[in-house]
Each structure stands twice: as C-alpha cells, then as structure tokens.
Write a protein of this length. Structure first.
Length: 131
C-alpha cells in the first residue's frame, strides 16, 4: 500500500499587464499538489502556466484567447503527463454584471503511459451573473 502523505510546496503567481486601454494580458504560474485515485501513486505534482489575452472590441464586447500547459508527475509512480489547451471566446455584456459568451476549446494530453493520450474539442456557451 502506498503512503498518501503530501510532501512539497504549493504556490501560484499571477501577473497582469494592461497593454493598452482595451488590451489586458494575464500570466499565471503554479505548482499544485493533488490527490489521486490511483492506488499505485502517492500524489500528483502539477506545474503549469496559463497565458490569457483579452481585447475589449467595444464597450460591451470582449474577445479572449487562452493557452495553458500543465506538466503532471505522479509521485511514487513512473507516469507523467503533459496537458495543453487553447481556448478562444467572444463575450457580450448584456447588462452590468451579466455576460454571455461563446467559445471553442481544444485540449490535448500526452502521457508516458500507453493508451492515456487524448485530443478533445469543445464548443461552449456560458452566462455569468454577478451581484
């Protein structure tokens, strides 16, 4: 039986650059420790980053692009994964605090374990209400 003790540090760093009056760039760097259901593994260490660019196309319209990468090591096991994702979306503010967005996402995992690779595509429609 594998011991489940987490060992290590977790951290997250966020930076925001207001490139222009209408363009914002966000960079997130992180290290997370996570549990797993795999009985052969103690825990996961996920190192990742995300780069998000948002452009205000108009007073109520925004266009966003997001790229993510995450390296996952399965501590106590030999497996490692790399998850990549790209998202494009367009949002429209219906009223102050209410937004609707339409977007598309492509995700990919490459794993050192045979048969665990995947590619996925999704289209989404979201709403957000803020009070």
């Amino acid at each position: 039986v594998v011991a489940r003790g987490f060992n290590g540090t977790e951290w997250r760093v966020n930076a925001r650059w207001l490139a222009t009056g209408r363009t914002m760039v966000d960079l997130d760097l992180s290290r997370d420790l996570r549990n797993t259901e795999d009985s052969r593994v103690n825990y996961l260490v996920a190192d990742g980053y995300a780069l998000n660019v948002t452009w205000r196309a108009g007073a109520r319209t925004r266009v966003s692009a997001r790229a993510t990468r995450e390296h996952i090591d399965y501590e106590g096991g030999a497996r490692s994964d790399r998850n990549d994702g790209v998202t494009l979306s367009v949002g429209y503010e219906l009223w102050r605090g209410g937004e609707i967005a339409l977007g598309a996402r492509h995700a990919r995992r490459r794993s050192s374990d045979a048969g665990r690779d995947f590619d996925a595509d999704a289209v989404f429609l979201t709403t957000r209400l803020q009070f």
